[in-house]
Ligand binder design. Structure first.
Ligand code: ADP
Ligand code: MG
Length: 574
């Protein structure tokens, strides 16, 4: 069959181009807000319905458009921000390609109402698939409102690829939050179906704005940083080493006022904290990098958020130094205070920065051993699976014993994690995980997007033993937890779970499993937890009873054997 070449219609071309600028509701939200900022607005209201899929409305008090400008604003390559190529060198606005409105309107139904004071009347325009269907004079105070309805209604393929509502919504919240952080002095209001998701008053400072998306628990424990070198000015806030996360999602970077993603900066942060971090934990950080535009190469593709720096090494060094300096200052302040008052804003005690790599808790695990361990996972097999001989704990982490003609080595954390995972999964299936009421309920303050997620999954959390209650808009109180984690840092466990569910776009079965995994991991013995002989045997017996004893829930091995054969090889007898 011959392949005929077709000429694409303008409408098809428009939709393809649109895909590059608006890939999801959050990107439309970003473009519309950037237009409002470019128009000089100092108050921007964003309203969404069904996570932006049925409605995104952005209203501002910026300059507005004249009728003739409004009319062409949705055509491709129409911009008021760039006249010729020489402007590119000095451009200060967020947009200048003239692609956003045309792209958005090509794949939705758009209402624009705008009023520029130079003219006595405002304008209202209605478009479908990028075509103007109505245009008429309309009243409005100075500014512009753009309402985008039924995004991707004419591109079913893209509509299909939208994530679950909670995920799209959390991207919108994060997008608005990042713009609020990088644009102090502008009021931002985000609502979904009349419910406030985020609000930044005009005079709200940067740290308070950071708390909107990272949550107060994170922002309250950040340290200010600042440095100025020949090439880079670095300002921002970083978390204390004791206040870290399981991933890098709390690292937010801006280059010359624009959000971007950067492995280089993540690595630099890691370098600055290195010896102070528990493995698998990452600092939270909001960094503002200012530099001469000639020092960077901004990838001109609109949806790519990457930036190439000419002098990566200097930037990395500057970031590391900025962070370390701020820590030294904090340490000094603490020392000056004679270690006396705790509860100070910057740091709660000298140990906070000094305790470095022994974040690993050496807490009491006696509960787990006595109460949970000794209870059989399944009752059909009795105790006493082993011939109990000598048993040793090596390096505070591994259990070694002789097993026939071999040496068996077990990782105590991985093994216990597997045991708890199966105990918990079994209990959850029966709907009866053992619950521990907290003597002192833990309050957690979440980001707006996380709060939305918690409300959705509150019931499922409850059936797993996490009794979480709303306590104001973005605050929750944990009243009870599954008994297996009662002695652990409940706040961190719950926070990790929530940020996972919020970001991973999981189905119900998946997130229930994820919760169980996190609880098991956190509830399990840690490296460094000292075990007595009875406890070690109890753990091994429990492990033996598991249905999948050979790996932890994340797939790492729990045990291995050193066989006689191997010993003989090592001694070159074979
Ligand atoms: P760009 O921002 O790259 O110029 P857009 O497609 O986003 O392209 O917008 C096209 C033009 O429409 C802008 O240059 C601006 O003149 C006008 N415009 C869009 N949104 C607004 C707004 N909220 N207020 C005032 N003018 C706007
Ligand atoms: Mg724009």
């Amino acid at each position: 069959m011959a392949n005929h070449i077709n000429i694409l219609t303008d409408s098809t071309i428009g939709k393809i181009a649109a895909g590059e600028v608006v890939e999801k509701p959050a990107s439309a939200v970003k473009e519309l807000i950037e237009n409002s900022i470019d128009a000089g607005a100092d108050s921007i209201e964003i309203e969404v319905e069904s996570a932006g899929q049925s409605l995104i409305r952005v209203a501002d008090n910026g300059a507005g458009m004249l009728p003739k400008d409004a009319e062409i604003s949705c055509q491709r390559h129409t911009t008021s921000k760039l006249k010729d190529i020489s402007d590119l060198e000095t451009i200060r606005t967020l947009g200048f390609r003239g692609e956003a409105l045309s792209s958005i309107s090509a794949v939705s139904k758009v209402d624009i109402t705008t009023f520029n004071e130079e003219k006595s009347s405002g304008t209202h325009i209605y478009l479908e698939s990028g075509e103007i269907l109505k245009i008429r004079p309309a009243g409005r105070s100075k500014g512009t409102t753009v309402a985008v309805r039924d995004l991707f209604y004419n591109v079913p393929a893209r509509r299909k690829f939208l994530k679950k509502e909670a995920s799209e919504l959390s991207e919108i919240v994060n997008t608005v939050g990042r713009l609020a952080i990088s644009n102090p002095g502008i009021e931002f209001k985000l609502e979904q179906e009349k419910r406030s998701l985020l609000y930044a008053a005009k005079d709200m400072d940067t740290l308070a704005r950071i708390s909107l998306i990272l949550g107060k628990d994170v922002s309250d424990h950040m340290v200010k940083i600042g440095s100025l070198s020949e090439k880079y000015k670095i300002t921002g806030f970083v978390s204390r080493p004791s206040n870290t996360r399981r991933d890098r999602r709390n690292q937010i970077f801006f280059i010359n006022g624009r959000y971007f993603q950067s492995k280089l900066l993540s690595d630099a942060l890691y370098g600055a904290y290195r010896s102070m971090l528990e493995r698998g934990r990452f600092p939270s950080a909001v960094l503002f990098i200012e530099t001469d535009p000639g020092e960077i190469d901004v990838n001109v593709h609109p949806s790519k958020l990457l930036v190439k720096f000419k002098d990566e090494r200097s930037l990395k060094n500057d970031v590391i130094n900025a962070v370390k300096t701020s820590f030294d200052i904090v340490k000094q302040q603490v020392a000056d205070r004679g270690h006396a008052e705790s509860g100070e804003k910057i740091v709660s005690g000298p140990g906070d920065l000094a305790h470095c790599d022994d974040n690993v808790s050496q807490t009491e695990f006696s509960y787990t051993l006595k109460e949970s361990f000794l209870r059989p996972v399944s009752s059909d097999r009795g105790m006493g699976l082993f011939e109990k001989g000598d048993i040793f704990q090596i390096g505070g982490c591994y259990i070694a014993r002789i097993k026939g003609d071999r040496i068996n080595v077990t990782d105590q954390h991985a093994a216990h994690e597997r045991v708890l995972y199966e105990v918990f999964t079994n209990a959850a299936q029966k709907g009866a995980p053992e619950v521990q009421q907290l003597l002192f309920p833990e309050r957690i303050d979440l980001s707006a997007s996380e709060a939305v997620v918690v409300e959705k999954v509150m019931k499922d959390l409850g059936s797993l033993g996490f009794q979480v209650e709303a306590f104001g808009e973005k605050s929750f109180v944990v009243q009870a937890v599954p008994a297996i984690i009662k002695d652990r840092d409940v706040k961190t466990v719950v926070q990790d779970m929530i940020s996972d569910i919020a970001e991973l776009n999981l189905s119900k079965t998946e997130y229930v499993d994820q919760i169980i995994k996190i609880a098991s991991c956190r509830g399990a013995l840690k490296a460094g937890d000292r075990l007595g002989r009875e406890e070690m045997w109890a753990l091994l017996e429990q492990l033996e009873r598991c249905s999948l004893p050979f790996t932890c829930p994340h797939g790492r091995p729990t045990q291995f054997d050193i066989t006689l054969d191997e010993m003989e090889k090592r001694f070159r007898r074979k």
